[in-house]
Design a protein around this ligand. Structure first.
Ligand code: SF4
Ligand code: SF4
Length: 174
């Protein structure tokens, strides 16, 4: 049995279609229409005017890290190395030292996070048994011209502030 062949007329065969002039003009008219409309009134543009308008940060969003304190100001971290052990990027370096405030035996003498290696996975926050490390600073812009600007040390980590009310963090935080 011979196959039935259906011949379909090729499109774009005429000179006008092969030059694409009309279609190019239509496209340009659309582009320029949007351009001039948005030039005169950009309020309907579906873009954010960053950095003038900062993004809204949800409470579960993982930003730059910080170390938290007890209400009396003493550090919660007891240098248990759980965060360092669980960090898949191996970007946390902790050196433990003796603790003298009576809260535990150890505290970090050195606590460093290399933000150039960090993948912002949040595993360190999940692994911490004491809620001593959080990523709730709301800091989304991390930049610098030298590599050491991306090394968060103990001082920088302790200076970080939470960007959300504590109740909101407890209800929705990672
Ligand atoms: S967010 Fe992830 S990669 Fe970054 S320090 Fe924590 S565990 Fe490591
Ligand atoms: S931040 Fe938490 S998990 Fe990391 S060393 Fe301190 S107490 Fe342990």
């Amino acid at each position: 049995m011979s196959a039935r062949v259906k011949t379909i007329a090729r499109r774009g065969a005429s000179l006008q279609e092969r030059l694409y002039l009309i279609e190019i003009c239509k496209g340009m008219a659309t582009s320029f229409g949007h351009f001039f409309r948005n030039l005169l009134d950009n309020s309907r543009l579906a873009v954010r005017h960053y950095p003038e308008v900062p993004p809204e940060i949800p409470v579960r969003w993982r930003g730059r890290h910080r170390l938290t304190n007890h209400p009396d100001g003493t550090m919660k971290c007891v240098a248990c190395f759980m965060c360092q052990t669980n960090c898949p990027a191996h970007c946390i370096t902790i050196e433990a030292g003796e603790r003298l405030d009576g809260r535990a035996e150890k505290m970090p003498r050195r606590f460093q996070i290399d933000l150039l290696e960090c993948i912002y996975c949040g595993y360190c926050v999940e692994a911490c048994p004491l809620d001593a490390i959080r990523m709730d600073t709301g800091i989304y812009s991390v930049n610098g011209t030298r590599r050491d600007a991306f090394l968060l040390d103990l001082t920088a980590l302790q200076a970080g502030q939470g960007a959300f009310p504590e109740d909101d963090y407890q209800k929705g935080g990672a």
